[in-house]
Design a protein around this ligand. Sequence first.
Ligand code: NAP
Length: 341
Amino acid sequence: MITSAIVGGTGYTGKYILEFCNKHPNISEFEIFANKSAQKTIHEIFPGLVGEVENKTIKSILDLDLSFDVYFFALPRGESLKTIPHICNANKKVIDLGADFRLDSKEAFLNTYQLEHPAPLYLKEKNYGLAELNNTYNYNLIANPGCYPTVALLSIIPFVKNYFNNILSISTVAYSGLSGAGKKTSKDLLFSENYNNVKAYNIGTHRHEVEIAQEINKFSCDINYSLTTHLLPVFSGIYSTTIIDIAENIPQNSVLDYYKNQYKNAAFVRLRKNPPELKWVIGTNYCDLNIMSVNKKIIITAAIDNLIKGASGQAIQNMNKLFGWKESLGLKDFKEELQNV
Ligand SMILES: NC(=O)c1ccc[n+]([C@@H]2O[C@H](COP(=O)([O-])OP(=O)(O)OC[C@H]3O[C@@H](n4cnc5c(N)ncnc54)[C@H](OP(=O)(O)O)[C@@H]3O)[C@@H](O)[C@H]2O)c1
């Protein structure tokens, strides 16, 4: 049995982490750390968890110590990097849900986030935790992928690994629920701005584009990649359509058999005969994918819950892998439990 600290446990992704930790068979104790919510109780922040989770007091991040076996960080960009290096230096296991350690170099981090990285060693000494496609867990620090990168890379990487010589360009058009931006308030995220509405944002400048391109280019250099993101007037969920332009047609059966083989042991990727629907995956850790080969294009539609598969659920998968446990431990029965709440 282990203990966990959930830093940022009062946010959207932190709430799921705390629910997963609460039910995980190998976690005996957990504590929540936050900023403005410190000294409040879990039930004050999340009244829906009364009867589900013990009513602990939320601690200040200033009181975070080195007594835990694993640390989940779910803080806004630029906050985790102030604390994680100290925890890593003490040889503790850390899973960061944010972007502070996802890019591989300090130059890429500075260009993308306009921030000097204070601990560039850990940009290199970390594992990028795309759980289904990464089996190397040789560092204590896991950078959990972003939500768009999770759905895009699960769509793209198998194809790039096998057919890289045939690729002309790759583009993803994706739609995210409003919780993707966290709990912070801004006019663009208001219900009244988004209800009955859809809009694109950050065209050509979305930071997740850099992260996705970084991971694609580990398998094939200089593939032309673009990500176009939209806000969708739902609470959670990401729906993405990736189009891979190819030079030579590939038969539908070949590409499908290849994906089936790639994901044959994946507990949380479901290959679908038809394009998935968002509602199939909400409240779950699944990524549903449909792959079609049409007129020199591979068209992959995919859906995830951004707060679970795109964040907290994948973080639990990563913890399970880091400790050598079954990848799906504490995750498989989650949807039924949610429905009972
Ligand atoms: N939302 C998503 O779909 C999603 C998906 C993948 C990854 N992520 C990443 O995961 C991280 C968390 O996202 P979120 O959506 O859960 O954010 P959120 O809802 O805004 O929650 C942020 C959490 O961080 C705490 N916090 C803020 N500033 C802090 C500080 N200076 N010191 C200590 N705690 C502080 C907040 O505590 P208080 O209550 O005390 O303010 C809250 O618990 C972000 O890096 C985000 O990019 C999010």
